[in-house]
Design a protein around this ligand. Structure first.
Ligand SMILES: C[S@@+](CC[C@H](N)C(=O)[O-])C[C@H]1O[C@@H](n2cnc3c(N)ncnc32)[C@H](O)[C@@H]1O
Length: 446
């Protein structure tokens, strides 16, 4: 069965590379509807994320043994090599000869004429692994960190300037760690203790050491589509950092809330839960197909106060001016706070992308602010650690909007994540959560 698993992993990696697909979407696309045992699903996930996390280091090794330049190697063959090396270097449970043999079997099926090439490189590595020398910190700190932790040089350089050496190293390491899987109890349908019991009945490992009260860390979930308790709407998968956003917005039953960038609806449905499914939420996104995800989630979770609508947040909707009690801008961003979950993000972006996206973020925030009524609340959040997309946006916004002021988020946060700042910036290396930014603003009564 495992060799099938390797073939699935290969298809997923090729999809990500060729089509710029997100890892989670590519995995779903490949595995959906297939009868694959959980143990193989875990192995596929381990291979896909392992290769993505360590891609630059693996390519550095391949480049030492290959006469063909990395860019010229067929993408399937390249990913077979990466998977083979990954198993040899990182997976103790796979004997080295098995990693080589299985890679050779796979390449025979996929590109027969490259068999000798793959066999040769993997065996050369086994013979000469001690000869591989990454530049040391003293020789070239940027190259050293870039290759060792597989992050592009521009990003390493940027973070070294922003955060200094020690913090950057711990951040790079944390970005290559496997994140916890966390679910939010849907308190509209079930109490946390009851959900824990139901998860345990299904042999799901449960860890209740969380800082958000409705959160539960879980292990070995398996295929969620097979779980009755998921279909019954007892929980939603969501990282704790993301759960903090709805708590900071603090919506109350009966209020009118607008969620400007809402899909797939993790925060929208959480807000509905905190509102006790009473009031109105207008959930917008620019992509129609993504709104279906919000509707499906809301239905499953037993929520009926959400209305979804396609709307481009770069435009202004005159009908909604000063109408909302609370507005959430969970802005599109570089995603550099969730590299643990989507390692492909670190390879797909450039410094100019951050500049471009920060312009969009400020525009969306400006537009969204117009919907907030007197005394109403505006929350801005992102899943990134880039200052340019976070506090810099808020500072620019507040300069132009004297009618808004910052509200201290600490009053809405669990003690574990309170800081001396009025806004919250989470980092994966500090809190073991996704990197997240949350800032709360209030329109004054003038
Ligand atoms: C960070 S995600 C939102 C995640 C969501 N709030 C949640 O918790 O599940 C940002 C969303 O903004 C949407 N988006 C991007 N550009 C937009 C625009 N101009 N107008 C409206 N939505 C946009 C994206 O499609 C994406 O779904």
């Amino acid at each position: 069965m495992k060799n099938n698993a390797r073939k699935y992993a290969l298809n997923i990696l090729v999809d990500i590379e060729k089509n710029n697909a997100f890892s989670n979407i590519a995995i779903n696309r490949e595995l959906k509807g297939k009868d694959i045992p959980n143990i193989d699903r875990r192995f596929i996930s381990e291979l896909v994320y392992g290769v993505l996390e360590n891609k630059m280091y693996l390519d550095f090794i391949i480049s030492k043994f290959s006469k063909i330049k990395i860019k010229k190697i067929n993408v399937k063959v390249l990913n077979i090599l990466r998977m083979g090396l990954y198993q040899i270097i990182y997976l103790d449970k796979i004997p080295e000869f098995a990693a080589v043999n299985e890679s050779v079997k796979l390449v025979k099926k996929v590109d027969f004429k490259a068999t000798g090439f793959v066999n040769g490189i993997l065996r050369s590595f086994l013979r000469n692994r001690n000869s591989i020398k990454v530049p040391t910190i003293k020789e070239d700190i940027i190259k050293h960190l870039s290759i060792t932790y597989s992050h592009p040089e521009w990003l390493v350089e940027r973070w070294l300037k922003e955060f200094g050496q020690d913090f950057t190293i711990s951040l790079l390491k944390a970005n290559n760690e496997t994140p916890k899987l966390t679910v939010r109890t849907n308190t509209l349908k079930i109490k946390k203790e009851q959900l824990i019991e139901k998860l345990r009945e299904k042999d799901v490992k449960v860890d209740t050491d969380t800082f958000v009260k409705e959160a539960i860390h879980i292990g070995n979930l398996g295929n969620i589509e097979d779980m009755e308790i998921y279909h019954k709407g007892f929980f939603q998968i969501q990282d704790e950092s993301s759960m903090l956003v709805a708590h900071v917005l603090d919506p109350k039953p009966g209020e009118f809330v607008i969620d400007i960038c809402a899909a797939p609806g993790g925060k929208t449905t959480h807000m509905a839960q905190l509102m006790d499914n009473d009031g109105k939420i207008l959930a917008r996104d620019i992509y129609k197909h993504k709104l279906k995800l919000i509707n499906d989630n809301a239905k499953r979770l037993g929520i009926n106060i959400i209305r979804t609508e396609v709307f481009d947040a770069e435009k202004i909707d005159e009908r909604l001016l000063r109408k909302a009690d609370k507005v959430l801008v969970d802005a599109p961003c570089s995603g550099f706070g969730i590299i643990r979950r989507k390692p492909e993000l670190k390879y797909n972006k450039k410094a100019q992308d951050i500049k471009a996206i920060s312009k969009l973020q400020l525009k969306i925030l400006n537009n969204a602010s117009k919907y907030v009524k007197k005394g109403g609340i505006l929350v801005y959040s992102t899943c990134t650690i880039e200052k340019e997309e976070n506090i810099d946006i808020i500072e620019k916004f507040l300069k132009e909007h004297k009618e808004f002021e910052m509200v201290d988020v600490n009053d809405y946060l669990p003690s574990a994540v309170r800081t001396k700042y009025q806004f919250l910036q989470l980092y994966p290396n500090i809190y073991k959560t996704d990197g997240f930014f949350i800032c709360k603003l209030r329109r004054n009564n003038r």
